[in-house]
Design a protein. Structure first.
Length: 67
């Protein structure tokens, strides 16, 4: 993998991590104010999708090596 491609992947991971943290903060705020459980659940699903995307990108950066 070229250095530029790897740098782009790392940047994408950093952005997704920030977005994941933003969702986490939003979910916590929604819980605090007593928002609808359905809305919170939807936010948690979106957060989980982001986590999956982060994992896939990280796997592209550092592939598993079978020993």
């Amino acid at each position: 993998m070229a250095d530029q491609e790897q740098a782009e992947l790392r940047l994408a991971v950093a952005r997704l991590r920030q977005e994941h943290e933003d969702y986490d903060a939003a979910i916590n705020a929604m819980i605090q104010i007593g928002c609808e459980a359905l809305r919170i659940q939807r936010m948690k699903k979106k957060k989980l999708v982001l986590k999956d995307k982060i994992s896939k990108l990280e796997d592209q950066i550092i592939p598993d090596i079978i020993a």
